[in-house]
Write a protein that binds this ligand. Structure first.
Ligand SMILES: Cc1cc2nc3c(=O)[nH]c(=O)nc-3n(C[C@H](O)[C@H](O)[C@H](O)COP(=O)(O)OP(=O)(O)OC[C@H]3O[C@@H](n4cnc5c(N)ncnc54)[C@H](O)[C@@H]3O)c2cc1C
Length: 354
C-alpha cells in the first residue's frame, strides 16, 4: 500500500549475481524439508517448521521471479491490513521482521535461487542457480514462490507505478490519493469487475476499460458492473499512456480499438486487473496446475498431487492474494509437511523392523 506524497520505497536489491558460467560442483546437502520462496507464505512455513525442530532450509531467492528476497511486499510502502501493526508497517520492514523471526527460530536461510526441482522420486532433487549438478536433496518441499501481477508497460508506467498505478485494488484502494477521485480499471473479467465495484467505495467514479466489445466476466458480475451508478464501462478501449504531474498520476490516455480515436480520462488511479502469473516454472509438467497456471492443491490443505510437495501463498491462490492469507497457507503447509514427514518416519521404521 502507499500513501499520497510518500516517496516510493524501492526494494532493497541485493547485488545481482547472474551465473552465466557453471559454479563448481558441490556435494549435495540433504534436508528434511526445504522452503523455496521468501514471502509471507515461505517465512510463516519456516517459523512453524523450525519450531517443530525440523531444521528447515529456506532458499530465499536472488531476484527470483523479479523480486528481492521478501517478495512482493518489498515493492510497496505502507501495509495497513496486516494484523498486529495498528499504525501500518512498511512492506520491507514487515518482511525484514519475518526474516528475522524465521532465523531466530532456527531456519537456515540461503540467498540462492533454485532453478530446477525434480520431484519424480524421493528425496526430491534441487539445483541452485549456476550449478549443473544437484546441490540439495529434500524429503519434503514447500513451494512458496509467489506470483506477479501482469503489467502493460505503458509509457509513464515506471514513473507512476505506486504513485497512482497499482495491481491490487484491495491492497491500495483505501489510500488517500484515491479518495473521491476518478479511477480507471483495466480488464474485462471477473477480477476486473470485482475490483471496479470494490473501488466505487473510495473513488468518485470508476472507468473500466475493456479491449473488446463484451465483458468476459460472469453474467452476474457483468450486470452488477454495468448497472452500477458510479461505473462507466468503455468498450473497445485500451490505455496508451499514464500521464501525471511528475509526482502522481493525473490522466490515462486511451485509444479506441475500433476507430483508433485517441482519448483521455482524468484519473488519480489506474488499476491493472489483467491477471497474475504464478511462479511455477520449477514444477511445470511435474505437478497439476489449473488452467491459469496456479498449483492445484487439495481443497482445505496445501497438498499437491505429488506426495511431499506442498504449495503455499500466491503460487496456489488466485482468489485472495493477500499477505495474511499467504501467511495462513504457509502455516498450513508447515503442518501438512510435518505430518507427512512423521508418517514417512513411521513407514521407514516399520520397514526397518520387517
Ligand atoms: C505492490 C504490492 C502491494 C501489495 N500490498 C499488499 C497489502 O497492502 N496487503 C496485503 O495483504 N497484500 C498486499 N500485496 C499482496 C502480497 O504482497 C502478496 O499476496 C504476498 O506477498 C504473497 O506472498 P507469497 O509468500 O505467496 O509470495 P511473494 O511475496 O510473491 O514472494 C515469493 C518470493 O519467492 C521468491 N522466489 C520465487 N521463485 C524462487 C525460486 N525459484 N527460488 C528461490 N526463491 C524464489 C521470490 O523472489 C519472492 O521473493 C501487495 C502486492 C504488491 C505487488
Amino acid at each position: 500500500m502507499f500513501s499520497s506524497l510518500r516517496t516510493l520505497r524501492l526494494a532493497t536489491l541485493p547485488s545481482t549475481r547472474a551465473f552465466t558460467t557453471s559454479r563448481f560442483a558441490m556435494a549435495p546437502k540433504h534436508h528434511k524439508v526445504t522452503v523455496i520462496g521468501s514471502g509471507p507464505a515461505g517465512h510463516t512455513a519456516a517459523v512453524y517448521l523450525a519450531r517443530a525442530q525440523l531444521k528447515p532450509t529456506m532458499f530465499e531467492g536472488m531476484m527470483a521471479n523479479g523480486f528481492a528476497p521478501g517478495g512482493q511486499l518489498t515493492t510497496t510502502t505502507d501495509v495497513e491490513n496486516y494484523p498486529g501493526f495498528p499504525d501500518g508497517v512498511l512492506g520491507g520492514e514487515l518482511m525484514d521482521k519475518m526474516r528475522a523471526q524465521s532465523e531466530r527460530c532456527g531456519t537456515v536461510i540461503e540467498t540462492e535461487t533454485i532453478t530446477r526441482l525434480d520431484c519424480s522420486e524421493r528425496p526430491f532433487k534441487l539445483w541452485r542457480e549456476g550449478y549443473d549438478e544437484v546441490t540439495d536433496t529434500a524429503d519434503a518441499v514447500i513451494l512458496a514462490t509467489g506470483a506477479s501481477a501482469k503489467r502493460m508497460n505503458l509509457p509513464g508506467e515506471e514513473t507512476y507505478w505506486q504513485r497512482g498505478i497499482s495491481a491490487c485494488a484491495v491492497c491500495d484502494g483505501a489510500v488517500p490519493i484515491f479518495r473521491n477521485k476518478p479511477l480507471v480499471v483495466i480488464g474485462g473479467g471477473d477480477s476486473a469487475a470485482e475490483e471496479a465495484i470494490y473501488l466505487t467505495k473510495y473513488g468518485s467514479h470508476v472507468h473500466v476499460l475493456v479491449r473488446r466489445d463484451v465483458l468476459r466476466a460472469s453474467k452476474v458480475m457483468a450486470t452488477r458492473l454495468l448497472s452500477h451508478p458510479k461505473v462507466t464501462v468503455h468498450f473497445n478501449t485500451v490505455p496508451t499512456e499514464a500521464v501525471g504531474n511528475g509526482d502522481l498520476l493525473t490522466e490515462v490516455r486511451t485509444r479506441s480499438t475500433k476507430t483508433k480515436e485517441e482519448g483521455s480520462i482524468t484519473a488519480s488511479g489506474l488499476f491493472y486487473a489483467i491477471g497474475h502469473e504464478p511462479a511455477t516454472s520449477l514444477v511445470k509438467g511435474q505437478v497439476d496446475l489449473d488452467e491459469q497456471g496456479y498449483i492445484k492443491t487439495i481443497p482445505g490443505s496445501t497438498l499437491t498431487n505429488v506426495p511431499g510437495l506442498f504449495a503455499a501463498g500466491d503460487v496456489q491462490d488466485k482468489r485472495y492474494r493477500q499477505a495474511v492469507t499467504s501467511a495462513g497457507s504457509g502455516c498450513m503447509a508447515a503442518l501438512d509437511a510435518e505430518r507427512y514427514l512423521s508418517e514417512l518416519e513411521v513407514t521407514a521404521e516399520g520397514k526397518a523392523k520387517l
